[in-house]
Design a protein around this ligand. Structure first.
Ligand SMILES: Nc1ncnc2c1ncn2[C@@H]1O[C@H](COP(=O)(O)OP(=O)(O)O)[C@@H](O)[C@H]1O
Ligand SMILES: [Mg+2]
Length: 359
């Protein structure tokens, strides 16, 4: 960060430049956000400047070292405006990564290429890690689930009521203007009309043309990053289709995600995670993960419509820790989460009974 201190009209003002990097201590001591307000009262002009220190953790998260991403600054010297800083995630729960360094790989991809793709079945922690990355890098997050019937109005903007002054930006246009991390979940389910409009902004110096707003051109913010994610298993998703070519070509880095435990492979870190997040004993947590791993195997095989995530297993474990029997607790959680089809629910119960007994 470069910074200059000038004496102007008897007062010191700070101006922050982009692009160059200073010493860390400087960043700590002098990250000020400056807001200017101008107003005119009875012909007298008043200008007020307010400088506010920005929370250090927002700029330089204490866990950056642990994840080995200290050298990748995704918005050097730039402080996101107050109105979008509430979108920087806080307190994202612990992420177990089995030594795969996902955080480092994603942040590195964003640093060099501005965008990357995550591929893995649902429940493997793609959304979770995107929030963690946004938190660690101090980026506001703009999340769009392409699988939902979100209208282009919501994504790009629209007029509200009458009159041209009542334009409201959509999510994607806001991201273009303010920067931060645009997360396109289920990107392979993106509708054609949305995809067509996305293409021009996928270039790192791209822009979007708001045809509905007198062809206003909005440039992609210099610190606007994109992560897309998708599920390669289409069994439960009728809408899943091959990713559109423009999107595929523009993603330089592809990162594969899988469940921590699947089939006979039980990940001890996942067992520990269940213990920590629910309070069940280790033996019970092991059995829970064993059931989960088998259900995931069946899901990947195409036999079940859904494989439970660590989050789903934690929910099951929380009820067990509260005194509910494992079988009953499963009925209230993972059985229903997998499907509402009675036959499929029976398949899930059979796996539960094979590990916990059937009483
Ligand atoms: N590796 C992991 N470590 C900790 N929690 C995880 C992990 N993977 C998934 N989870 C948890 O499982 C649930 C589903 O994860 P999510 O990120 O929504 O998966 P996806 O976006 O891939 O479908 C969430 O509650 C998440 O916190
Ligand atoms: Mg997700």
């Amino acid at each position: 960060m470069s910074r200059s201190t000038k004496k102007k009209n008897g007062a010191f003002t700070f101006s922050m430049g982009y692009g160059t990097q200073g010493k860390k201590e400087d960043q700590k001591s002098l990250l000020l956000e400056e807001k200017s307000l101008k107003t005119q009262v009875n012909g007298a002009r008043v200008q007020i400047s307010i400088s506010k220190p920005v929370l250090l953790s927002e700029y330089n998260h204490p866990l950056r070292k642990k994840y080995n991403i200290e050298k990748y600054d995704l918005h050097p010297g730039y402080v996101f405006p107050e109105e979008v800083r509430a979108l920087i995630p806080k307190g994202t729960p612990e992420y177990v990564d089995k030594g795969k360094n996902y955080v480092e790989r994603i942040v590195r991809a964003l640093y060099y290429f501005k965008q990357c793709a995550l591929v893995g079945p649902s429940g493997t922690g793609k959304t979770h890690i995107v929030y963690l990355v946004a938190e660690l890098c101090g980026l506001p997050i703009w999340e769009v689930n392409c699988g939902l019937q979100t209208s282009t109005y919501d994504l790009f903007g629209r007029y509200i009521g009458l009159g041209k002054e009542n334009w409201v930006d959509g999510q994607i246009v806001m991201w273009c203007r303010y920067g931060g991390l645009l997360y396109l979940d289920e990107a392979n389910m993106m509708k054609q009309d949305v995809a067509a409009r996305m293409n021009p902004i996928l270039d790192t110096r791209g822009h979007i043309v708001l045809t509905e707003k007198d062809n206003e051109i909005v440039h992609r913010h210099p610190y606007g990053y994109i992560v897309i994610s998708m599920n390669p298993f289409s069994a439960e998703f009728v809408g899943t289709k091959p990713l559109n070519a423009a999107l595929r070509r523009r993603m330089s880095v592809w990162i594969d995600f899988d469940y921590l435990s699947v089939g006979d492979e039980i990940c001890p870190d996942e067992v520990d995670l269940i213990v920590k997040r629910s309070g069940v004993d280790k033996d019970t947590a092991y059995k829970i993960v064993k059931v989960g791993a088998e259900l995931r195997r069946q899901y990947k095989n195409g036999d079940l419509p859904y494989g439970p995530s660590p989050g789903d297993l934690i929910n099951w474990a929380v009820l067990i820790a509260d005194g509910v029997s494992p079988q009953k607790a499963a009925d209230e959680t993972i059985v229903g989460t997998t499907s509402d089809d009675a036959e499929i629910q029976e398949m899930v119960r059979r796996v539960v009974y094979s590990v916990f007994g059937s009483k």
